[in-house]
Design a protein around this ligand. Structure first.
Ligand code: ATP
Ligand code: MG
Length: 729
């Protein structure tokens, strides 16, 4: 690709970074300013201008998902062979490759969770532990390993760093020592040892260091504010005495100091490399001015980030206006979760794709209430940070099945052949009930979706309506037909798909899951969505109860900043006063909301509404003007008693289930729960009454109007065949 073309679409500062192709480069900038974008273009520029070959570039990102996204963007920029990996993935690859030569014997077993081994070590030391203590012990051991603290030094180091040890420091040190012994005896490798061993291998074996350094000559590290000493050690080992290193980060987004990371490597980069090119970005391209204002307020109120400048950074919004962020208080957690689910349903109804919506929380345990509320509302979701995609049992089975099918029919057309194969593993047309079954179903359907995406991607060139990346746009929800809208069949085969899968398994590149994302604030770093719900914003949760020192509270504030800056347009912040319905309403809203939210929650919704044009809708029961989208939909305040016909709602839901199944789409694509409930409440008797219900647009009226009106009139809906004919005509 033409070197200048890959620089298109960068602003002057981003250009400066992307043009600085040799030597150390540091991009220091706030959230959403295009850091990740700048480095991706810089890499493509280096490749296009011949400064580095694709295979010689190692781009290190924070999560496997971020690595996957970067590979996608690099592919679009004409550099598909650049290695974009996490520190762990890169280390594991090198270590496994050189293991036979360096150590020999059986390769060690990788352990994901330390708990079992820590438990064993604790018992051996005669230390009594429950599960929580075990977790805390495991965290302490991790902290020691990433900060390179040996058992003998733990007591001193922990005191100096202000750690709160889960038990007497001497005991922690003994368990740590025991843990390492067991680990070595059983030939187990944890994530930290993996990095440590790789770095040691490079330090002690010059001939291996030479080979690795010959392979990788050009380094880029994203999210550098959260690098820990162990990762830095490995990075230095990779570099040797060279300096083609570009680092990018935002000290204001440092959220892993508790685990031993430090922004000092970022903030002192220019001191370590006096000849470095340093670029600062301030234009925020991600979020609306309304969201940016929240981010700036949060930054202003916080203390300067560790090692950052005293002057708080101020982001300059570049996008057009959007809705005002909302601040909503609820009586209890289930009420908060179901209201959030209703607002999500309304957003989906209004055209926001589910995968562009996220619910972010401080601790993983908050996830369950939202999983439940979204399930109840018939909204698909995916939980981030759960078991890694390709490690899930159903996905392993699926990959196995697909490999098997390839023996017999590798040349079969891809479109239409994957879903039937996955059906035997539980891919039904509609999502099943129950959390476990549902999770299984969601991952299988992500795999089926991936097959469709691969078929579409390979079907380029000469297609009537190519999209921005040269591939034709993917048809709306549901399985892919055998031919494209341009009239030609999709040509990708099962072989192509299995090949793509093998490549993804090797690089742990999970497919995008259809559905709303549920994630912790930590896992959301670097990502973005159109709509973000920051939930559970109470004292004790954010800041988390064990954040005691000023520094710990500041890290919590930065987490809030990370959360708010994930939103492109909609930002909804909420909290609940009690844990359960009827419980004591003793909670206080997070201190981070002070000065941000309007004085009273009702004012918040009033403001929100002013920005949104539309007709006035009043509550049918009490006559109040309604502002909340979900309330407007049912024409009733959330607090006023519902007066819908329950039997009718049941019949509507049953009809929806059958219809969704027949069309092979998720139920909410037909109608959301909120819309069906509104229908059951309003019982429209004619087309015009039905069309006034929000969520019933022209297309749905045309498709399902007759059936819904029949159900409201207490009649049977017309037979599906007739409906199908109408769909076609
Ligand atoms: P974070 O700190 O959250 O990781 P970031 O600085 O890495 O943010 P990016 O993710 O690179 O920011 O960019 C944020 C959004 O702004 C992306 O959607 C990106 O495509 C867009 N963007 C970045 N730079 C530009 C630009 N010059 N013109 C238009 N859009 C841009
Ligand atoms: Mg980024």
């Amino acid at each position: 690709m033409d070197p200048d073309r890959v620089l298109e679409g960068l602003d002057p500062e981003q250009l400066e970074a992307a043009r600085a192709l040799r030597g150390p480069v540091c991009i220091l900038a706030g959230a959403g300013t295009g850091k990740t974008r700048a480095i991706t273009h810089r890499i493509a520029h280096a490749v296009a201008s011949g400064v580095a070959a694709e295979q010689q570039i190692l781009a290190v990102t924070f999560t496997t998902r971020a690595a996957g996204e970067m590979r996608g963007r690099l592919r679009a920029l004409g550099a598909p062979r650049v290695q974009a990996r996490t520190f762990h993935a890169a280390a594991l690859r090198q270590l496994s490759y050189f293991w036979p030569q360096v150590v020999g014997g059986p390769a060690p077993t990788l352990i994901d969770s330390k708990l079992q081994v820590v438990g064993r070590a604790a018992r051996d030391c005669g230390v009594d532990t429950d599960r929580t203590t075990l977790r805390d012990l495991a965290s302490e051991i991790e902290w020691c390993k990433v900060t390179q603290v040996r058992p003998a030094d733990y007591e001193r180091a922990a005191a100096k760093a202000g750690r709160t040890a889960p038990m007497a420091p001497v005991e922690v040190a003994r368990v740590f020592e025991g843990y390492e012994e067991i680990r070595r005896e059983r030939n187990l490798l944890d994530f930290e040892s993996m990095l440590e061993l790789t770095a040691a291998m490079l330090a002690e074996r010059p001939e291996i260091a030479e080979r690795v350094r010959d392979q990788y000559r050009y380094f880029v590290v994203d999210e550098f504010q959260d690098v820990n000493p162990l990762q830095k050690l490995l990075l230095d080992a990779w570099l040797g005495d060279r300096d083609d290193l570009c680092v990018v980060g935002d000290p204001g987004q440092t959220v892993y100091s508790f685990a031993g990371a430090t922004p000092a490597y970022l903030t002192r980069f220019a001191a370590a490399y006096p000849h470095a090119t340093v670029v600062r970005l301030v234009r925020d391209y991600r979020s609306t001015p309304q969201v940016v204002r929240v981010a700036n307020e949060v930054l202003k109120r916080g203390r300067p980030a560790p090692g950052g400048t005293d002057q708080p950074l101020e982001l300059l919004a570049q996008r057009p206006d959007g809705p005002d962020p909302s601040y909503t208080e609820y009586d209890d957690e289930p009420a908060e979760a179901s209201a959030v689910a209703r607002r999500i349903a309304a957003l989906i109804d209004a055209g926001t794709p589910a995968r562009e919506i996220a619910v972010l929380f401080r601790t993983n345990s908050q996830s369950a209430a939202y999983e439940q509320a979204l399930s109840d509302a018939g909204i698909a979701f995916t939980v981030r940070g759960a078991t890694r995609f390709f490690d899930r049992q159903e996905i392993r089975q699926a990959v196995h099945t697909l490999r098997g099918a390839r023996q017999g029919g590798g040349g079969d057309p891809l479109a239409g052949s994957v879903r039937p194969l996955l059906a035997s593993l539980g891919l039904t047309p509609e999502a099943p009930e129950g959390r476990q079954a549902r999770e299984r179903w969601e991952s299988l359907s992500a795999l089926a979706q991936l097959a469709d995406d691969v078929a579409v991607q390979r079907h380029r060139g000469g297609c009537a309506a190519p999209g921005p990346d040269g591939a034709p746009p993917r048809p709306a929800a549901g399985p892919l037909p055998e031919t494209c809208a341009c009239g030609r069949p999709y040509t990708a085969t099962l072989d192509d798909f299995v090949e793509e899968l093998e490549a993804r398994v090797a690089t742990e590149h999970a497919p995008e899951m259809e559905g709303v994302t549920l994630a912790s604030l930590h896992a959301a770093k670097g990502l973005e969505w159109d709509a973000v719900f920051l939930v559970g914003l109470t004292e004790g949760t954010l800041p988390i109860v064990y954040a005691e020192t000023d520094e710990q509270v500041e890290e919590e504030r930065r987490l809030f900043y990370v959360g708010a800056t994930r939103a492109r347009e909609y930002l909804a912040m909420s909290w609940a006063l009690a844990r359960s319905p009827g419980g004591r309403k003793g909670r206080r809203p997070s201190r981070f909301l002070d000065g941000l939210r309007p004085a009273s929650p009702s004012l918040a919704s009033g403001r929100r509404d002013r920005a949104r044009p539309g007709r006035t809708v009043r509550c049918r029961i009490c006559g109040n003007t309604l502002t909340d989208a979900a309330e407007r939909k049912v024409a009733r305040c959330a607090d006023c008693p519902a007066d819908y016909d329950e039997a009718l709602l049941e019949r509507l839901k049953e009809w929806r289930r059958n219809t969704a199944q027949r069309l092979g789409v998720p139920a909410y694509v037909v109608f959301t729960d909120a819309t069906l409930q509104a229908v059951a409440e309003l019982e429209p008797s004619d087309v015009s009454g039905l069309s006034r219900i929000s969520g019933v647009g022209a297309v749905k009226l045309e498709r399902y109007g007759e059936a819904v009106l029949a159900l409201c009139a207490g009649e049977e809906p017309p037979a599906p065949e007739e409906e199908g004919e109408r769909d076609g005509g």
